[in-house]
Every structure is written in structure tokens, then in C-alpha cells.
Write a protein that binds this ligand. Structure first.
Ligand SMILES: CC(C)(COP(=O)(O)OP(=O)(O)OC[C@H]1O[C@@H](n2cnc3c(N)ncnc32)[C@H](O)[C@@H]1OP(=O)(O)O)[C@@H](O)C(=O)NCCC(=O)NCCS
Length: 192
């Protein structure tokens, strides 16, 4: 039987890419997380409104607690640069259905445009299709979010269609463009 991180209660996740690392959150990340989820420039593209400092700390503490759940159905990971352990973003794989996950990510606005999201998502996909043995990863992106669409296009996700009024955020309904990538597509590309 394939072993994977779902069955492994003892491994804190730490994944290195070329530019970024994905690691477990810790409570001390609250202040840096506020620079991300407390910023309207970032959250206008997310499925929730900007958070207060207190709500951000509660969000991080809750993620730290959920990371201890077994079986683990969520990998909500902090993103850092390789040379600095402070949080510059996050990346989340929420497992649902059969060997499937929904992906989410964000980078603090001060760090946009450096390739960090593309690197971190590439790393998250290697984890998803490797140790987690997933088959399908999806991401739902707002139609007016070209930067995020660029990230997944770089990583050869396929555009599946539009989810109408998919999220209620910032006081209104918002469509999402659904993208997916499948495990066999990635292995074909890796060997092609
Ligand atoms: C989307 C987001 C994560 C990208 O982070 P990032 O680290 O800047 O991403 P990268 O640098 O890896 O790549 C961004 C790409 O978008 C491009 N881009 C940025 N702004 C753009 C715009 N307005 N129009 C078109 N392309 C744009 C960049 O040029 C880059 O493409 P390139 O590598 O071909 O030059 C970041 O903008 C963010 O956090 N946005 C708010 C939250 C969010 O949208 N999360 C995703 C929800 S699905």
C-alpha cells in the first residue's frame, strides 16, 4: 500500500522550491500574515474579506491546530523565501473527494512579481502528486485576476470553465474560472 502524509502523524511539512519554502505555520507568524490577509489589494482576489489583526492571529492559531488533525485533510502552509524564515505568503491544499484537492495561495503585495507564487505552487503540486498521491488539483480564480491566471498557465493547468457566482466576497458575488491539473498530465510532461 502506498504510504503518504495522510497516514503520517509526525512529519511537519517543509518543502523547498527554487525561490521559496513552504512550511507549517506557527503562532508567531500572525504579524506577517496580517500583511497578507489584512490587505485589501490581496483579499479582493480571495474568497474572504480583509481580516483584522486579531482575526488574523486566530486564523493562524486555528491553522496550527488543524495541522495536527489526523487524517490530515488540509495542508495550509506558510510561504517564505529560502534565505529568510519570515512569511511572505501562503499556499493551501484542501483535500476533498477522491485523491483531489483545491488549491489556494497568496503573496504579500510587497513581494509580487518575483516569481514566488509560481515557484511555491510548483512545489505544492510536486507534493500533491508525489507524497500525497493525489490525482486532481483544482483552483478557482476570479476572472479579473490575470496574475493568478498567469501562475497556473505557467504550470500548465487546463481551463475548465466558469463557476457562476461562485464566491461571495467583498460585498458581492463573484464568478470563478476553474482550472485543473491531473497527475498523469504532469507525469507525461515530466517525461515528455
Ligand atoms: C496571484 C499572486 C499570488 C501572484 O503572486 P506573484 O508571486 O506575484 O506571482 P509570480 O511572480 O509567480 O507570477 C505572476 C505572473 O503574473 C503576471 N502579472 C502580474 N500582474 C499582472 C497583470 N495585471 N496582468 C497580467 N499579468 C500579470 C506577472 O508578470 C507574472 O507573469 P510572468 O512570470 O510571465 O512575468 C499575487 O498577485 C496575489 O497574492 N494576489 C492576491 C491573492 C490572489 O489572487 N491569490 C490567488 C487566488 S486564486
Amino acid at each position: 500500500m502506498t504510504t503518504n502524509h495522510l497516514d503520517d502523524p509526525h512529519t511537519p511539512v517543509a518543502l523547498a522550491g527554487s525561490l521559496t519554502q513552504l512550511r507549517e505555520f506557527r503562532s508567531a507568524d500572525g504579524a506577517d500574515a496580517f500583511a497578507i490577509v489584512g490587505d485589501d489589494k490581496v483579499t479582493r482576489h480571495l474568497s474572504f474579506d480583509s481580516r483584522s489583526r486579531d482575526d488574523t492571529q486566530a486564523m493562524i492559531d486555528s491553522a496550527v491546530e488543524r495541522a495536527k488533525s489526523r487524517p490530515r485533510t488540509e495542508y495550509y502552509l506558510g510561504m517564505t523565501r529560502l534565505d529568510d524564515d519570515r512569511l511572505i505568503g501562503f499556499c493551501r491544499l484542501g483535500l476533498s473527494g477522491v485523491r483531489a484537492a483545491k488549491l489556494g495561495y497568496a503573496v504579500a503585495a510587497a513581494h509580487w512579481g518575483n516569481g514566488y507564487a509560481t515557484d511555491a505552487v510548483r512545489t505544492a503540486l510536486a507534493f500533491a502528486f508525489g507524497p500525497l498521491n493525489l490525482h486532481r488539483v483544482t483552483v478557482a480564480i476570479g476572472p479579473d485576476n490575470p496574475a493568478s491566471q498567469k501562475v497556473v498557465e505557467h504550470l500548465e493547468f487546463a481551463r475548465e470553465g466558469v463557476l457562476r457566482d461562485h464566491v461571495y466576497t467583498n460585498g458581492d458575488w463573484r464568478d470563478s474560472v476553474l482550472y485543473s491539473v491531473l497527475s498523469d498530465e504532469r507525469s507525461r510532461r515530466a517525461h515528455g
